[in-house]
Every structure is written in structure tokens, then in C-alpha cells.
Design a protein around this ligand. Sequence first.
Ligand SMILES: [Zn+2]
Length: 386
Amino acid sequence: MVMAKYYWDENTLRAEAQRLLKLMERESDPKERRHLAEYYDALNSTIYDYFIMPTVNTPLSTRIHNMYSTFISTQRYYMLLDSFIDPMEKHLKLYSETCDNKELLEERIAKVSGVHVSREKAVSISYSFYRDLDDELFKYFKPLFNKRYSHIHFTDKAKESGTNITKGQSYYLLGLDTSYVEVVGSENPDMALTLIHECGHVIDDSYNPESNLVEDNFYEVVSLFMELVANYQEIGKFGTLYHHSNIVDRLSSIYSDANDCVNYDMLMGHYKNNGYRINKDFYRRAKVEDGFTKGEIIETLCEDTPSNIVYPISMSLALYFFSIYKRDNRLGLMTLKDFMSTTDRDSYIPLLKDDNFLDVVSKEIELLLLSSNETFKQELEVGRRL
Ligand SMILES: [Zn+2]
């Protein structure tokens, strides 16, 4: 996601692009050459997306027109939003209870926790996590680990662009079979979880490189699955507080993404019904039918909403795989690998509409919230005594 700019990696990626270009020039097999050219293009568009794409003040009408084209090409995913929203709303009361607990606790615990994780420790936590998780997946983690001093980068220097900030990024470079990960953070234990998340992308991308060329909205499934498993195992054991609160933060930010997407979906509907025009009628329609104020509309349309849909969709599928994993580790990982090796990930769309699927996701969300609440209550007790 293009949300924050970092300082270290633009030159690295440009150098890698040059390396691809040289490989291409040397390649005599036309078919291989075509592949390399495709990878070269993919890498260049990554560079463009991350470092060049202007955050311009495009006129609202142009912006909406562009958004609408994106919307049309991704509309099939918007119909799946309920797979995350419904289960969340079912537990809304529990969810707000958890958030209350969390805030109360954070006030108390801020002073007493003192938990730090060094960068080396974060790397070694990720290493043990993947080593113990699965032999095959570990093989895809190893190359990055072996190059950890040059290919895993930690920074505190994230430059904010807009209101959002990413915690990490990863690139897998097709054709060069190499990857880079960057993690933003200080010594917060979250850093280890972010690294596990980013390594999930690297494993996913290198496991099935071709899937990397296809844009889909299941891109976060593997990484979110890894987060859920890590949270479940309480890796590192540096204060359960951080894990539980991290997973609640995750659910909370994804829930707000999902709601943004619903608004966006409705606004695109009004735009279409208004003959693709932004005028008084458009604002009136949106106000009368869905209660949007003009300010809210402009705010929604100025957000980077189309990309946010990836999280609600991916999280619901990750929760589903996670539920299988908890019953049977081996089967859960097999199911995940089946997913990873599928190039046509859209074949999972029907599953997300299934009633049983919604029940399973709902159960998982409930369990996460209940267990977080339980931990928060216990730790609040401890905090009170301190
Ligand atoms: Zn991610």
C-alpha cells in the first residue's frame, strides 16, 4: 500500500531493476526474455507506486471518475465485505467492551510494562516462528534470513504521507528471486509481529511467484494468517498484553476500513445513478438516501479507499484458515498452501459467501475478543496492584 515513503530502498530497487535489465540483455531465449521483461515492468511499476506516484490535487470530478473505473474492476470484492462486517457487528458489544478494557489497561500499563525488543531479537523471534511452523514454508523464509543484514531493514524514519502510516513493507523481486523487507518501529514488541507479517508476504510471493503478477484482494491472507498464529502462540512471550492489544488493533482498523469501503460502495452507486455527474443532485441523493453530508462525501472520496478493501476480505479468509489450523495444524497449513499455490485466487470468492464460512469467521472473532477481554481483565488486576 502506498502510504508512507521510506529513505533506504528506492536506490536498492533501482539497482535491482538495472540488474534485471542486464539479465534481459544477456538472455538469448525469447521466451525467457519476455518473462524477464514482464518482471522488469512489474518492478518498475512498484518503484513508481512507492516513490513517484504523485499525491496530486486532482480535481474531484477526475478523481471520482478514476475511482469509479477502479470500483468497476474490483466490484466483485465489494460484495464480499459482509464476510467481515457481519461477524464483527454480531459481536459489537463485546468488541466495544474489549476496546474499553484495552484503553483502561494501556493507561495503567504504560508505566509498568517496560518491555523492549531489539532488532536482533525481532529477527530471531521470526526465525523461530517460521522454523517451528512448517519445514516447507521455512525454506522460503531462509533466503531472506540469510541476507538479513542487508535485506531486512529497520527504520524509525517513516515519512508520513496523508493520515496513514504503514508499519512495514516487503518486496519480492521476480526474476531475481530475492526479497527485501522493511520494518518501521522502535523497540516495541509489535516490531516482531510486523516482521512476521512482512515475511509472510515474502513466503507467499516466493512460493508462487506467478501469483505476484496478478492483482487481487487476497494479498494479505497469508500475512494475516501468520499474525493470527503468532498471536495464538504468544511468540516471544514478552508480555501477552502486546499481542492481545495488537490483534484488537488489527480488528479495529480493519473494521474501520470495511466501513469506509461500504460508504465508498454506496457513493459509487449514487454516482452511477446520477449519470456519472457530481452536482447538486448527486449530493442530494446521497444525503436523502444514505444520510451523507457533503463534507463526509468529499472526505470519503479523497481517501485511498479502494486499496483498503484488501484487509477485510483477506482477514475473513485468514480467520477461516486459522480456525482449521487450530483444529489440526497440518490440515490448516495444507489448506493455506493450497490457497498459496492457486493462481486464480478469485476461485475463493464463492466460499466467502457461504453461510458456514460466515459462522466460522464469527466464532473466531468472538473467541479473539473474549480471550483479549480475559487477558485485559487479569492484567488490569495486576496493574491495579502496582
Ligand atoms: Zn501486509
